[in-house]
Write a protein that binds this ligand. Sequence first.
Ligand code: NAI
Length: 393
Amino acid sequence: MIIEPKVRGFICTTAHPAGCRENVKKQIAYIKSRPKCSGPKKVLVIGASTGYGLASRIAAAFGCGAATIGVILDKPASGSRTATAGWYNTAAFEEFAAQDGLYAKTVNGDAFSAQVKQQVIDLIKQDLGQVDFVVYSLAAPKRTAADGTTYSSVLKCTGEDFVNTTVDLNSRKIVDVTVPKATEQELHDTVKVMGGEDWKDWITALSSAGVLAENTVTVAYSYIGPTLTYPMYHKGTLGAAKAHLLKTAQEMTRQFPNVNAYVSVNKALVTQASAAIPVVPLYIAVLYRVMEKKNIHENAIQQIERMYREKLFVSPPALDETGQIRMDDWELRDDVQAEITAFWNKLYAHALPDHSYIDQYWQEFRQLFGFDLPNVDYTRDTDPDVKIPSIHN
Ligand code: NAI
């Protein structure tokens, strides 16, 4: 069939297998162009099919020569429906890993569940014995905890309702947006979903099963961003969840003698997760433009490669005064933020320059799903049914 992008709001309901394969191939080529990393050898990536998790898996496999197990929540093709982008990415990843003789297996299921944790433990015992690096890179709207309670995360403020001017990236109109204040319950539930509790459940389960190597490193990803987005992110419900993530990392390092847990604060990127946050997509669109102009723009694979080589797998790891790895160092540079503030001031004054940064945002967004890439023939009849060789459902 001919597969086309079907974008509704900030969701794309189709994905292109050849385009997703091309995305993975490009990331692998980038890693292979960089010096080898003396990093981990047996790696578990939780949330491995897109965004930062996929980049973490690619950098570990092709940069450090690591065996990888990925945990994903993706759907295969069925009838006229394509598979999800994460499904095609994972199929391509496994194909390229096999070509290079790298072990790669994938568990498809709810990472929050005890059943998936047990499946992963059994797989590690059977194939790898132990893992020495665990990446926790989930971005999820809800979580069913071990006691059966389902929590939903919300993207809201924790102070007063916040009103800001933004450009609606769909209608391209300048609009006022109100980000409402979360209730105590909503705040609590968001921390349950996006905070550190499940990360700790994973490390506890892996440790109790004896499948963590001496000096295991584990990392989860966070975001802070500029003061401009503080009300809806850093000082909002997600920021509270990220604060909990950091507290959990410190707790785990104290509690598990063979584990060093870190939080890496990464740069804002166009991903399915960030698209859902109020005002942030516009900020990201402008950020890309400014950072590209200054030649300091990085995508997910460039961020992770730099993190492994310069900040995480060095002794001692490079941490800031709060104990976090800072990969947002270039995003938060004064000169970068000054240009973004100047842009926002023009936005308030309704004196915006051209809107081509919005076209670029949407191109980046479609590319996440394998569309709009050079080197892919979208007029070719394509079979959406692609198998992941190792999949454990
Ligand atoms: P993403 O949406 O690209 O990836 C999320 C991954 O989690 C996907 O592989 C998805 O399949 C998986 N997933 C979601 N729910 C799952 C479940 N129940 N079971 C198994 N897998 C599940 O997101 P992105 O942007 O890569 O985010 C990953 C982490 O990085 C998040 O913690 C996010 O807050 C953080 N981060 C993201 C930034 C951004 O601008 N995109 C910036 C800094 C940090």
